[in-house]
Design a protein around this ligand. Structure first.
Ligand code: SAH
Length: 263
């Protein structure tokens, strides 16, 4: 049998009623924990003593750092957000593995590695916190929670009402007052929060919608999976400068499709 970290079992043994995925968040929304502490915790937990979700998550953060994620703000945010609170209870024991997971209605939560990579791309060049950020595709709300620790305000838009509501329920216990969930078509952006310091899409389209470019602040970036001229989906980064737009095509990725309209 596949050997898994013991934390979900441990969580239910701590007397939490009901499925562990819906247990109350145990980490304060903003603990100010520095990544050094997160990594130190990861190292100390390898002994196997006290395997709780903090330790399992700290190991995930350590793995992200080994995989090349460098930005301490991103590592800290990944260490703070309890990913197991955003997935179905049956999948809780996979919550900290580097895998995408189904979140219902045919959609998926991205791998931690992909979330960290994209948030790192969004934060590059920013000193301290990013300003207002727009996320297209709230899904289960996990990435919005990560973004809430690196940006002053997060506007996150979802086109599927069922997921918009699920994200609202998932995020409620974390009391992240800088996260604003919107039900609507993200292809139109969200003009009320513009201009944005960054726009990040969790769904891949054929092109980056003009609305996103219009709603970006000078110096801000769009990070979006997009079909390239080679015909496959890749991460595209577009920087808005005072002279125009600079576009970079990075590695191939596999995201759910960006669709127009709401459902
Ligand atoms: N960031 C999410 C990942 C969700 S998957 C998380 O952490 O869980 C991508 C999401 O994008 C899906 O929920 C899908 O419904 C949504 N989506 C696709 N096209 C969209 C659009 N035009 N506007 C808003 N959301 C969209």
């Amino acid at each position: 049998m596949n050997k898994r970290p013991g934390f979900p079992i441990q969580l239910s043994q701590t007397g939490a009623a009901g499925p562990p995925s819906k247990s109350k968040p145990s980490v304060p929304a903003r603990s100010g924990l520095n990544p050094g502490v997160v990594l130190a915790r990861a190292a100390s937990s390898v002994s196997g003593v006290g395997l709780d979700s903090d330790a399992v998550r700290a190991r995930m953060v350590q793995k992200l750092a080994e995989q090349g994620v460098k930005d301490p703000r991103v590592l800290e945010a990944m260490g703070l957000v309890e990913r197991h609170c955003f997935v179905e209870s049956a999948l809780v024991n996979q919550a900290y593995e580097d895998t995408s997971l189904p979140i219902g209605l045919g959609q998926t939560i991205s791998k931690p590695n992909v979330v960290a990579r994209m948030v790192e791309l969004l934060c590059q060049d920013a000193t301290g916190k990013l300003g207002r950020v727009l996320e297209i595709g709230t899904g289960c709300g996990y990435q919005a929670a990560v973004l809430s620790h690196v940006a002053t305000e997060v506007y996150s838009i979802e086109r599927l009402r069922g997921l918009h509501e699920k994200a609202r329920a998932n995020l409620r216990p974390f009391r992240l007052h800088n996260v604003h969930l919107i039900f609507g078509d993200g292809m139109l952006g969200y003009p009320k929060g513009a201009p944005y310091a960054g726009i990040i899409s969790a769904a891949g389209g054929d092109a980056v919608p003009q609305a996103w470019l219009d709603q970006l602040a000078v110096g801000g970036r769009v990070i979006a999976p997009t079909i390239t001229s080679a015909g496959h989906q890749a991460l595209v980064v577009i920087l808005k400068t005072s002279l125009g737009f600079e576009r970079q095509v990075l590695e191939a990725v596999h995201f759910v499709p960006l669709k127009s309209g709401v459902a």
